[in-house]
Write a protein that binds this ligand. Structure first.
Ligand code: FES
Ligand code: FES
Length: 151
C-alpha cells in the first residue's frame, strides 16, 4: 500500500507493506541513511528517531503504527533543540567511531523534549539502552547536562 510520511519537514510517499519497519523505509526505500542499522531487534538504540516527538527504535516501529505523526531524524536541520544537542556533542567531542551517535543524539533529544532539566540519574536511566561500543557514555552524559533545553 502507499503511505505518506512527513520526515524532517518533507512529505514522502512509499509503497511498501504496512508492516515494514520504519528503519527499512528510511534507509532502503528513501535513502535517508543518517539513521543507522545496528542490531535490528530493538536492543542497541542505533536506529533511534523521534515519532510524534518521542524517541522510538525505528527497527521495531512499523509503518502502520505511525499514522500522521511527524518523524524527526538526525538529518533534521530546523529543530532548535536538536541543534543544541548537536552543538553540545561537538563541544564535548563526544563521538569516537560515530556509529551509535545519531541514535544517541535522537534519544537525548527525545529525553530533553520530555524533561528539559533532567537529573544525572534521569539522564543515565533514559540513555541506558543506547549502546556505544566505543564507551563514550561519560561524554554523552556531560553533553546532555550542559544543554539548556528550556531556553
Ligand atoms: S538497530 Fe534498532 S535498536 Fe538496534
Ligand atoms: S562512538 Fe563508536 S559505537 Fe559509539
Amino acid at each position: 500500500m502507499t503511505t505518506k510520511l512527513k520526515i524532517d519537514g518533507t512529505t514522502y510517499e512509499v509503497t511498501v507493506d504496512d508492516k515494514t519497519p520504519l528503519l527499512w523505509v528510511l534507509r532502503d526505500h528513501l535513502n535517508l541513511t543518517g539513521t543507522k542499522y545496528g542490531c535490528g531487534v530493538a536492543q542497541c538504540g542505533a536506529c533511534t528517531v523521534l515519532v510524534g516527538g518521542k524517541a522510538v527504535r525505528s527497527c521495531a516501529t512499523f509503518l502502520d503504527e505511525i499514522g500522521d505523526k511527524e518523524i524527526m531524524t538526525i538529518a533534521n536541520t530546523t529543530d532548535p533543540l536538536l541543534k543544541k544537542v548537536q552543538e553540545a556533542w561537538v563541544e564535548e567531542d563526544v563521538p569516537q567511531c560515530g556509529y551509535c551517535q545519531s541514535g544517541q543524539i535522537m534519544n537525548a533529544t527525545g529525553l530533553l523534549k520530555a524533561n528539559s532539566n533532567p537529573t544525572e540519574e534521569e539522564i543515565i536511566a533514559e540513555m541506558n539502552g543506547n549502546i556505544c561500543r566505543c564507551g563514550t557514555y561519560n561524554r554523552i552524559k556531560n553533553a546532555i547536562k550542559k544543554i539548556n533545553a528550556g531556553a
